[in-house]
Design a protein around this ligand. Structure first.
Ligand SMILES: Nc1ncnc2c1ncn2[C@@H]1O[C@H](COP(=O)(O)OP(=O)(O)OP(=O)(O)O)[C@@H](O)[C@H]1O
Length: 267
């Protein structure tokens, strides 16, 4: 893999503008405003900021759920748009997205085995026996029992469901994960366990994480570097110790000042 897992340059996304049905001007929102940042291979880059600062829009553009208004996006050294045009298979083998609400992200009508089967069929090209073995390995990797595969999403707690969603994101053997508030819906004690699991998986499989969060305690526990967003802009970025130790920007200082702390979860 190239040195940079992800890179965006001067990325802009505006919503609205133009004329409404009734002829009035629609209010324009610049959700992402000339953002430049890079996720290096093997690191966790946290993007942090209050609600509405543009974090999710940034993540959604990277995986093609939103189209940028302007700017460049590179994924594993390739233009993101070009990579996506190669199809879901090519794209899914490079980058995966993990959602905030794990239970809602799993199809309630399918067993966990069926849920994992879909990306394995689409992305791995393995036969049935190999797929079964791979599913058992994935459950093992996320520390869930093998009988998980025959059960349904509603049978699991939020933390267990997020482990399963993480297993699904690993099925394609993509090395870049975009984690959009992956522990925000979980209790604090469960958050710590899932963060520890993410750290272990990152080391084991050589993953790179773009970790979106509004929670500085979580970010301090998991990130190598942090980018702070406010009103669509990156106001400060740097290594986690430097950013928390001596924040340069007034807004970063204010965010840190009002946040509870959490211990780091290095395995
Ligand atoms: N589809 C959309 N149409 C119009 N405005 C949007 C759309 N999506 C996001 N926005 C606006 O863009 C801005 C950034 O939103 P975004 O969801 O990216 O922020 P966020 O930091 O992820 O917040 P949250 O943590 O609440 O999700 C907000 O002002 C939001 O209202």
């Amino acid at each position: 893999m190239t040195e940079k897992a992800l890179e965006v340059r001067h990325l802009i996304k505006t919503f609205g503008g133009g004329r409404s049905l009734f002829g009035g001007r629609r209010h324009m929102v610049t959700a992402v405003d000339r953002v430049s940042l890079a996720l290096r291979s093997g690191e966790t880059l946290a993007v942090v900021g209050e609600s509405g600062s543009g974090k999710s829009t940034l993540a959604r553009m990277l995986v093609g759920l939103e189209q940028p208004t302007a700017g460049d996006m590179m994924i594993a050294g390739q233009d993101a748009g070009k990579l996506r045009r190669q199809g879901a298979r090519a794209f899914g083998k490079v980058v995966q997205y993990v959602f905030q609400d794990p239970v809602a992200s799993l199809n309630p009508r399918k067993t966990i085995g069926e849920i994992l089967e879909t990306p394995l069929k689409l992305l791995s090209g393995y036969g049935a026996d190999k797929r079964r073995a791979r599913m058992a390995d994935l459950m093992d990797a996320v520390q869930m029992p093998a009988d998980t595969l025959s059960r349904y999403p509603h049978e699991f707690s939020g933390g267990q469901a997020q482990r399963i969603a993480i297993a699904r994101s690993l099925a394609a053997e993509a090395q870049i994960l975009i984690l959009d508030e992956p522990v925000s819906a979980l209790d604090v004690s469960v958050q710590a366990q899932v963060l520890l699991l993410l750290q272990e998986l990152k080391q084991k499989f050589g993953l790179s994480y773009l970790f979106i969060s509004h929670d500085l305690a979580v970010v301090e526990a998991i990130a190598d570097r942090v980018a702070v967003m406010r009103s669509g802009r990156v106001v400060e970025q740097g290594p986690v110790e430097a950013l928390f130790g001596s924040p340069q920007d007034a807004y970063t200082r204010q965010l840190i000042g009002s946040a509870p702390r959490m211990r780091r979860t290095d395995p």
